[in-house]
Design a protein around this ligand. Structure first.
Ligand code: GLY
Length: 368
């Protein structure tokens, strides 16, 4: 006799406490204790960030009574890999990380995505706390619970939604961020503006010189406004439903992810790829969705002022199309793009004919 049981679990009650404060890294330990209760942590970082900030982070954890071990992965996008994920699992096993312990991700978007995914999968899920040290991670990737690794066949293809219990954002650490990473982080602020918050876009326009000069008050202001904008979106659509609001945050990302995959996750930073992705999304938004040409031009002028790349590197349009759609015959198919008819109002993804996308790619420098 068939029987059906409906197991209705209470909606999971994930909560992330996001704290932005100059000098806030000194409170990492108390934030870990307060949000996870853990007395033991494993801190994941890369050698460059660890040399600068792991000491301060470990001292803060010790002051709060949290014992901590450090595990480092090589710096760079190539570490968002199955190989480094397995290395973290082995490290966690060696250290005896248990259900009540916590993972602390001290680093940029790569470390956050990788360590967060390791936390999501270790023992079927342990708590984690993000201490983002790049601008890109502070304004975007550390908030919202997306964790993932890249595969040769596509960026972020394997991952999980796993909210960090706390996000400890200290704008002071941006003082040592390499210039290229600073610019790449500002690309995501510009994206947030174009996609969901026109006021943020205007703010970045008037404060871009201060931001590039590393004025920490100006950066803190942009970080807080970006996080607020992102929070408004992800709180209403945590898991990026089909057609949900969160998809707007992928403005510029259809091409960005394809560029990164076609470059083997080398050479370009994510934010740099997003900048070129936004420029092409701007052209398609104008031609297909009615974005005024003046707003498209403003977007590109801001990206120029931020010193972000304007052209697609020497890659074949056909390869990019295939990477975008996961389909070798993409030219004749249709590809999902987030477009914005109005600054700050990106729509749900639309299906754009491959031929039209190809024309935009060729115009932006892709090889025929
Ligand atoms: N970075 C886009 C998102 O978190 O949804």
């Amino acid at each position: 006799v068939p029987s059906t049981l409906l197991l209705r679990y209470a909606p999971h009650r994930a909560a992330s406490r996001v704290r932005v404060a100059r000098g806030g890294l000194a409170q990492l330990g108390s934030e870990v204790r307060r949000t996870t209760g853990a007395r033991r942590a494993v801190m994941v970082s890369d050698p460059i960030v660890a040399a600068l900030w792991a000491g301060a982070a470990a001292r803060s954890l010790a002051r709060a009574g949290v014992a901590c071990d450090l595990v480092v992965v090589p710096a760079g996008e190539r570490s968002k890999s199955a190989r480094q994920l397995a290395a973290l699992w082995q490290g966690f096993g060696r250290l005896g990380i248990g259900r009540g312990d916590t993972v602390v991700a001290l680093g940029g978007g790569v470390v956050g995505d990788l360590a967060g995914f390791a936390a999501a999968t270790w023992l079927r899920g342990v708590a984690w706390v993000a201490a983002p040290t790049s601008l890109l991670a502070q304004v975007d990737s550390s908030v919202g619970g997306k964790t993932a690794i890249d595969l040769a066949s596509g960026k972020n293809l394997a991952g999980a939604f796993h909210q960090p219990r706390a996000v400890v954002v200290d704008p002071d650490v941006l003082g040592t961020l390499p210039e290229r990473h600073l610019r790449a982080g500002l690309a995501e602020v510009a994206k947030m503006g174009m996609a969901v918050d026109a006021a943020l876009f205007r703010r970045l326009e008037v404060r871009s010189d201060l931001a590039l000069a590393r004025d920490l008050d100006a950066l803190e202001d942009l970080v807080v406004r970006s996080i607020r904008a992102k929070a408004r979106i992800v709180l209403g659509d945590e898991r990026e439903r089909e057609g949900g609001r969160r998809t707007a945050l992928n403005y510029g990302h259809t091409l960005a992810h394809a560029l990164e995959a076609c470059l083997g996750y080398r050479r370009w930073l994510h934010g740099e790829a997003v900048a070129v992705g936004m420029r092409v999304a701007g052209v398609l938004s104008r031609d297909v969705a009615g974005l005024p040409e003046s707003d498209r031009a403003r977007q590109d002028a801001l990206l120029d002022r931020l010193g972000l790349p304007a052209r697609i590197p020497r890659l074949a349009a056909g390869d990019l199309l295939a990477a975008m759609s996961g389909d070798k015959k993409a030219r004749n198919g249709r590809i999902r793009w987030v477009l914005t008819p109005r600054m700050g109002h990106a729509s749900v993804p639309r299906l754009i004919p491959g031929r039209r996308v190809e024309a935009a790619l060729l115009e932006a420098g892709a090889r025929a």
